[in-house]
Write a protein that binds this ligand. Sequence first.
Ligand SMILES: CC(C)(COP(=O)(O)OP(=O)(O)OC[C@H]1O[C@@H](n2cnc3c(N)ncnc32)[C@H](O)[C@@H]1OP(=O)(O)O)[C@@H](O)C(=O)NCCC(=O)NCCS
Length: 169
Amino acid sequence: MEAKPPSESRTTLTDLVLPSETNPLNNLFGGELLARMDRAASIAARRHSRRIVVTASVNHVAFNKAIPLGSVVTVEAAVSRAFKSSMEIFIDVWVEDRESGRRTKANEAIYTFVAVDETGAPIQVPALEPETKIEKERFDAALRRKQLSLVLAGKMKPNEATELKALFE
Ligand SMILES: CC(C)(COP(=O)(O)OP(=O)(O)OC[C@H]1O[C@@H](n2cnc3c(N)ncnc32)[C@H](O)[C@@H]1OP(=O)(O)O)[C@@H](O)C(=O)NCCC(=O)NCCS
């Protein structure tokens, strides 16, 4: 299987914040943003693997800035590293200023998707070949995040998490 760059999976979803999607402070409800990010990440994982994909884990979410009612929100997702059957997806969330059109980063998240066959069994995906500086940084740190996620899920023993241990040595 030929390696693919992140640009092949990059997915951009732009939508408004409607009244039914807000909390009592009139800001975007966190669960609605999680759903938008999951949809964008799912499309990115599908574009990279060309397979059925499922969300395996939400590794990180930072709700850094509230997003007010009426905002134009852009969710950008791309595969940041592919392992055997799993793919790490990095998601950046941007809000667009109405008058200037300038975009500011509001939030980010990291999800893990797994490619599966028709029976739901994990299946091999192509490798990822990062190209830009930020793609290379995200690629390099992805194994550490995968090990942390597996340790927290009870699927890896802490003493097997070599990349995590290296942080403290
Ligand atoms: C995700 C799923 C396919 C993994 O199946 P599994 O039996 O644990 O399979 P494996 O142990 O072989 O893991 C498959 C891959 O997922 C990775 N993985 C599993 N759990 C993970 C976690 N919590 N964090 C990061 N990666 C994880 C494994 O490391 C492995 O990666 P690799 O093949 O690239 O090395 C399975 O748990 C599943 O179908 N879950 C439900 C998915 C779903 O319905 N999502 C929607 C939520 S409602």
